[in-house]
Design a protein around this ligand. Structure first.
Ligand SMILES: [Zn+2]
Length: 268
């Protein structure tokens, strides 16, 4: 089905039957990406004295308890509730079903070879996604910004990020994203932050406009903005403008597993 979507007085046409899925499927008990060494997302048949939730074991249907940590087990979308004492839910913050998104590809730089900064001391193993690299790849600020980092391959779907330092954003890069008016940021790294950042979460605080070291929102806080981490954008998908449908599980929680779908724009 072809859909025409009007955004800011411009009409964009997409084929709704051809979504490009840039999430990582969450394979319970199977191969998954992970960070901080947390337990794998797991599934276990519900069982009581009268019933077993597994048809292979004689149950009438499959009926499993699932266990996961949305921040660590795969593609997830989070809101400012990640930082605040007040419990704020991602399903309340994300109000846009469709939005324009620009996909770009950037090469993280050796942190000690740039003049951009971060909240804790950097070392020779750190790789930074810099403002400089974003600026040269970024064409038109849109509601959403999708960042693919190189090198890019399928191993991102099952990588254990606690064994290596994934790239992260410089403070200047995050400030640039906010100043560009981007409300939804989607990245293929497991976090905006360095793996160990002394708990500062400086980039998350810049993105949502929460004061350093604060656990409270303020009048400038970007309540309706979201961050999606651990996406995977296959190399066949070209950089450019897309229509994004950011689907999340309706969890009343700061983060939820998500499935961002992007649609090629056929005409505008
Ligand atoms: Zn997260």
């Amino acid at each position: 089905m072809f859909l025409s979507v009007q955004i800011n007085n411009q009409t964009y046409q997409i084929d709704s039957t051809k979504p490009l899925d840039i999430s990582i499927p969450l394979v319970f008990n199977g191969l998954q990406p992970s960070i901080y060494g947390v337990e794998k997302a797991s599934a276990e048949a519900y069982e009581d004295e009268h019933f077993v939730g597994d048809t292979r074991r004689g149950g009438s249907c499959n009926f499993e308890n699932l266990r996961l940590n949305p921040h660590c087990n795969g593609t997830h979308t989070e809101c400012v509730g990640h930082l605040t004492n007040e419990r704020i839910s991602v399903q309340n913050c994300l109000q846009e079903a469709f939005m324009l998104a620009e996909l770009i590809t950037v090469a993280p730089e050796n942190a000690l070879e740039t003049d951009e900064t971060y909240s804790v001391k950097l070392d020779e193993n750190d790789k930074l996604i810099t403002k400089n690299s974003l600026k040269s790849a970024f064409r038109n600020p849109q509601s959403a910004f999708i960042i693919r980092t190189t090198p890019n391959d399928d191993s991102k779907k099952s990588r254990d990020y606690s064994l290596q330092n994934p790239p992260f954003f410089s403070l200047e890069a995050m400030q640039f994203i906010v100043e560009s008016g981007v409300r939804h940021l989607l990245v293929d790294v497991p976090s905006l932050e360095r793996l160990h950042d002394e708990g500062k979460l400086a980039n998350h605080r810049i993105f949502w406009q929460v004061e350093p070291d604060s656990f409270e929102i303020n009048p400038n806080t970007r309540l309706n903005s979201t961050v999606t981490e651990m996406i995977y954008v296959p190399n066949e998908i070209k950089d450019g403008l897309y229509l994004l449908n950011l689907q999340i599980a309706p969890f009343a929680a700061d983060a939820a597993p998500s499935r961002p779908l992007i649609f090629q724009i056929l005409s505008d």
